[in-house]
Design a protein around this ligand. Structure first.
Ligand code: ADP
Length: 166
């Protein structure tokens, strides 16, 4: 039987339990999942692309998810999707505020390549408020982020802020 596959793009700056929740849900539907980290986003990021790829891989290691790959990309997502031979783009939905942007992103991608569908997964209620920027802000002011991110991500944040302060 052919394997079903999807690509899950995002900043992952850094990956949170909200993203991981989407990864686990997507893995129930797709045999293979590629997590695609935007290398040079138009908004400022805390971690470099290489750091975000490594942090994402380390964070997922403890979940023993088979056939999940992490890569970075620096061109049209839909071109990467085609090259990788995936059928779908995976995105996560939190509150209403995600909808406008996600709608635009999905319709643009469909326009660029109608063969690739976008599939949305609803996050667990407990992560519906969670974003990388909230985690970064809490950490920056010395708050405890362990309920938002795995230990390895927390450690990466500690190192990053220590290096920025020195
Ligand atoms: P952020 O908006 O936090 O910077 P990304 O750009 O990495 O996140 O988002 C990649 C995808 O993951 C988007 O579809 C976004 O809606 C989704 N996502 C991010 N955080 C969560 C969460 N807590 N629950 C569900 N989906 C999420």
């Amino acid at each position: 039987m052919p394997m079903s596959s999807a690509i899950y793009p995002g900043h992952f700056d850094p990956i949170t339990y909200g993203h991981i929740d989407i990864v686990r849900r997507a893995k129930k539907l797709f045999d293979r999942l590629i997590i695609a980290v935007v290398a040079n986003p138009r908004r400022p990021v805390l971690f470099s692309a290489e750091e975000r790829v490594k942090i994402t891989r380390d964070a997922l290691a403890e979940f023993n998810l088979e056939c999940v790959e992490v890569m970075s990309y620096d061109r049209l997502l839909i071109d990467v999707a085609k090259e990788k031979g995936v059928e779908a783009v995976v995105r996560g939905l939190r509150a209403n505020s995600d909808f406008d942007y996600e709608f635009q992103f999905a319709l643009t991608n469909r326009d660029l390549n109608p063969e690739i569908e976008t599939v949305f997964f609803m996050t667990a209620g407990e992560y519906s408020f969670l974003s990388s920027s909230i985690v970064t802000e809490v950490k920056h002011y010395g708050g405890n982020v362990r309920s938002f991110v795995p230990r390895t991500v927390d450690e990466a944040l500690t190192r990053k802020f220590a290096s920025l302060d020195s």
